[in-house]
Structure formats: structure tokens, C-alpha cells
Write a protein that binds this ligand. Sequence first.
Ligand code: GLU
Length: 416
Amino acid sequence: MASRDLQMLEGTVANVDRAIESLGLRDDIRDVIVEPWREITASLTIRMDDGTARVFKGFRSQHNAARGPFKGGTRFHPAADLAHTRALGMLMTFKTALVDVPFGGAKGGIQVDPHELSERELIALTRRYTRSIHHMIGVSRDIPAPDLGTSAQTMAWIMDEYSAINGYTPGIVTGKPVELGGSEGRSESPGRGAAIAGRLAAIDLDIGGSSPRVVIQGYGQVGSSAARKFVEDGATVLAVSSHLGGIYNSNGLDIAEIDRIVSEGGTLLDYPNADQVSNAELLLLDADMLAPSAIEDVITTENADQIKAKLIVEGANQPTSIEADRILKDRGVTIIPDILANAGGVVVSYFEWAQNVQRFKWSLDRVNSELESIIEAGYRATFSTAKDAGVTMREAAYNLAIDRLTRAIELRGFLK
Ligand code: GLU
């Protein structure tokens, strides 16, 4: 197991331990909360375009379903492994509990670089993965969604394969294409949620007020949709980045223009009115708010003491290491934790699932306004808990999530 993955798991478990202590919960609850209920590692054999057979490793970690069916994304990434999947599955349990949607937590993945596969190979791999997990997922059991390296298209293939075995089942995945029963607003939802929480905090803490200056690492699904929502709500986005590097203008970027360039096949670096910065430099730019929205573990002991933003909004899952979290706390930097900041994705997944179950379609306006209410409620509860208890937003979020989860575990009789 790579030490980085262990650290992610340990970081989440450390947050759980602290919450258990601060809530005064009985000791035997710890293992019930930490241990995943069920996991699978599968060998996925497909024929490559060159005629050779190749075996990929696939995973699904079903962490906890005390509050509702398991729910969580599917990651196609070269570094995906069981420990990593498990850490992210646990995070989903706390995310759904914090924003109070009726789901548990899970995560899945395949150890693969999807960009190295042809479309035919990717379809074959996705179908093989679906066949390997179809007995453990279900509309009332476990509902996969997209994550890094997967998309609405991947969900369509999973739905198709699952439906071939079980009959037409759109509610088996969320984050599907709208044409196949996906929800309006799902693709923009993780970034919108991050921007909603960020805006509320900027006003409450008076960090940039109603027009904060924001730096966003990443311009994928989360980063780009956060940028659009930030601008819509009056913020100035100073910098964004991709794996190629970042672009920065202290007077702000024209996000609509960037979207036009990217939609025409260009890259961020083709945007003319900005300086180029590396991803490492971008994190240290002078701004009110920093939204790491790409990958995990980017804010570490290496850079935590040099970050200038006073507010960090974790658009990505686990972008801040445990040690960096402590340094930032000591420096008085407020962090809106991942389980709140990027919960917008799973919130609209819940709307999508509810629409599929009811065979009823919501408008984009309804999706966006209900998303706003749920993220605002989660933010307000976290903010006031943090204030009342004199703890960080992350500590408050874990307290709220674990309290809610424990209540469900007790009510279901696990501790009797
Ligand atoms: N992969 C996303 C996350 O980490 C979405 C999960 C979902 O919608 O089920 O929150």
C-alpha cells in the first residue's frame, strides 16, 4: 500500500477519532464507523486493440449504509487501489451525513489511465467492471456516480451493462447523460456547491466580502463550474489551472472567454490576457480565497505556511494533508472542508436518483435552487457548530456527520 494512500486513510480516521472524543461517544462505536461493510477487488480482463489480453484491477468499497443505500463515485486512475478507494468511500459516508441526504458512502475505481485506452477498450473495461460488481450494487443498495477519470458517458455504459442483466434501470447510476435520465444541473453541481459555500464564508468572515478574489486549482468539472458560479455571484477569479499549468491575472480572468477557447479545442494556456504560473505557484498567489479543485494532497507541510489566502474551499477530496491542516489552523486560515465544499455533486446525484425512482423530471431552476438550500443549510449548521464549540469548520463538519451517522447506527440496533 502506498504511504500516501495510508496517510489519506489515517487522516480521515484521525478526524473520526477526534469527533468521537468531542461528542463523548462510546468507544465501541469507532470500529463500527471506520470499518467498511463490504469490499471487492476484481481482476478485469479485456482484449486490447492489438489483440493481447490485459488484466486490470477494479475495486468497490462499500463503507456504510446505515443512513441509506451506499453512494459514491467511480474513479479511473493509475493510482487507484483498495486503500485509496476505502478512504474515499469513508469520506462519502460523512459527506452524505453532513448534508443530510438519505445515502451511505462508497467508492469504486479501476487502476487504469483512461487516456491510454481506445474508446472500444474503455467500453469493454467498463462493462467487465460492471459485471464484476453488479451483484453488490442496486437502486436501493449502492448507486455509483462519476469521479476522476470517468464521466456521464462512463455512467451510460455502466447503466447499459447493468440493464442488460437486470432490465432497464436508469437509477443504478447518477451523473448519467440527461438524454438517459440524468438530471439537469448534475455536471455543474460540485463546483456550484463549492462556490455557494465559499461565497457564504467570504461574507460571514469578511474575507473579500461579496466580491472575493478567488484562485482555483483545476479547471475540470469541479474547478470550471466553480469558476462560473463564483463569477455569476460577483467574485473575481484571478487564476485557474490544468495539468498543463495555470494562468493568472491580478485583475481577473474572463471565464466565459476561457470556456469559449476550451470548447473550440484550445487549452487554458491559449488564453491571451494572463501570465503563466505553475500549479505550485498558483497555490501561493495573493488572493482572498483558494479553491483546490483538482487532486488530493496538494496543500502539505511544503507550502502550508506560505499560502496567502485566508479562506480555503476544498473543491477536491482531501487536498490538505493532516499536518498542513494543523499549520493552517494555527495561522488562522479557515478551511471549508471537502465533505461540505464538494458535496454539491452527491446532492444533485440524490435529486437525479429521486427523479429516476419517481419517473419525474425536474427543471434546472428547481435543481439549482434546491442545491443552494441544501448547501446553505449544511454550511450554516457547520459554521454555527464551529463557532459555538470553538473548533474548525472541518472539526464541526465531522462532529455533525458522525453524530447523525451514530444516531442511525443506534436506531438500527447495531449497538444493542
Ligand atoms: N464523486 C463525487 C464525490 O466524490 C460524487 C459522488 C456521487 O454523486 O455519488 O462526491
